[in-house]
Design a protein around this ligand. Structure first.
Ligand code: ASP
Length: 335
């Protein structure tokens, strides 16, 4: 490569956090493996083709299985991402992350980062030691997207298996398949020959248009989720409140219903100041305010179309700004 060509390559920061993309097994056919044991430099070295795409600068932030992601670590990731994106010599950011909690970290950064530069999360479903490991191709595609001006201003993206998803509505939907990520709204586009082809954009605010930011944000207020099942009782709600939760996402049956047996407990918790958000455990479809529950009378919130996982983070960010139920509902309606 000529010196001029090398200078013209986009400069992409690669923030590695672990996950299966950094996983290794005892053999190429083993089912079990250890996530997060391969360093950022080695991930990069496995894809020499990247040298023609971008000047990629690796940095190891965590080396964890993303089952061990926490609110504190997500905020640490957001803060480091913000620092890198603020640098003049960084044109875009790729975050390698375990797929298990990728949609949560990506969504938090989607709401918090104040940058229009491309930010792309990627990972893998098979460790690098596996036959037909998917990590190298995913990393190649993620860098290709992060290096493209077309990805600027699109919010935080997840690129896996040739698809480009918005952090707003992407969800891990399969425990084993390479095409594990999906969204009820479909992908934003595809990666074709290493470059993004976008067909749509999300209309809800993010990054530069979001009211949320890292400035002045300390810890995230504790918010939990309780998933419903036939015959559920109040114990999990009471336990979360006793542990200090300031909000509880009720991952309700389809249309957001609340079993009669829970009503006294949820009313009591709300009277104590705990916010209750109705979301749907189906992961799709909007919930209507004051339909299937008397939200206005109860002082509860509805999550619109957001999954319980995303509703938890949105409520936490909201609670960091206000405890006013109407203002919190406006956030669910807007984001
Ligand atoms: N347990 C892994 C993780 O989330 C799974 C993966 O990366 O696919 O870190």
């Amino acid at each position: 490569m000529s010196a001029a060509a090398a200078r013209a390559r986009p400069r992409i920061a690669l923030l590695a956090t672990g996950g299966t993309i950094a996983g290794a097994a005892a053999s190429s056919t083993a089912g079990g493996y250890q996530a997060g044991v391969v360093g950022a430099g080695a991930l990069l070295a496995a894809v020499p083709e990247l040298a023609a795409v971008a000047d990629v600068r690796p940095e190891q932030l965590f080396a964890i299985d993303s089952k061990n992601m926490t609110d504190a670590r997500m905020l640490q990731l957001a803060r480091r991402a913000a620092e890198l994106l603020a640098q003049d010599d960084v044109d875009g950011l790729v975050v390698t992350h375990g797929t298990d909690t990728m949609e949560e970290s990506a969504y938090l950064l989607h709401l918090l980062l104040k940058s229009g530069k491309p930010v792309v999360f990627t990972g893998a479903m098979r460790p690098g030691t596996a036959i037909s490991a998917d990590g190298p191709a995913n990393l190649y595609q993620a860098v290709g997207v992060a290096a493209s001006p077309a990805a600027a201003g699109q919010g935080v993206l997840v690129v896996m298996n040739g698809s480009i998803w918005s952090a707003r509505d992407v969800a891990k939907q399969d425990a084993a398949a390479l095409q594990t990520f999906g969204s009820v709204y479909g992908p934003l586009g595809w990666v074709v020959e290493g470059r993004p082809r976008f067909y749509r954009a999300v209309s809800r605010p993010h990054t530069l248009q979001s009211v949320f930011s890292l400035e002045g944000l300390g810890e995230l207020p504790p918010v939990g989720i309780v998933s419903t099942y036939a015959g559920i009782g109040p114990a999990a709600y009471e336990a979360l409140a006793a542990a200090g939760a300031r909000g509880i996402v009720h991952a309700a049956f389809g249309g957001g219903t609340v079993p009669d047996e829970l009503l006294p407990t949820l009313r009591r918790l709300r009277a104590q100041g705990v916010h209750i958000v109705r979301a749907s455990r189906t992961g799709a479809g909007p919930l209507l305010r004051d339909a299937n529950a008397d939200d206005t009378a109860e002082g509860w919130l509805v999550a619109d179309d957001q999954s319980p996982l995303k509703a938890r983070l949105l409520l936490a960010l909201g609670l960091a700004r206000t405890a006013d139920a109407a203002a919190l509902q406006a956030m669910f309606d807007g984001y």
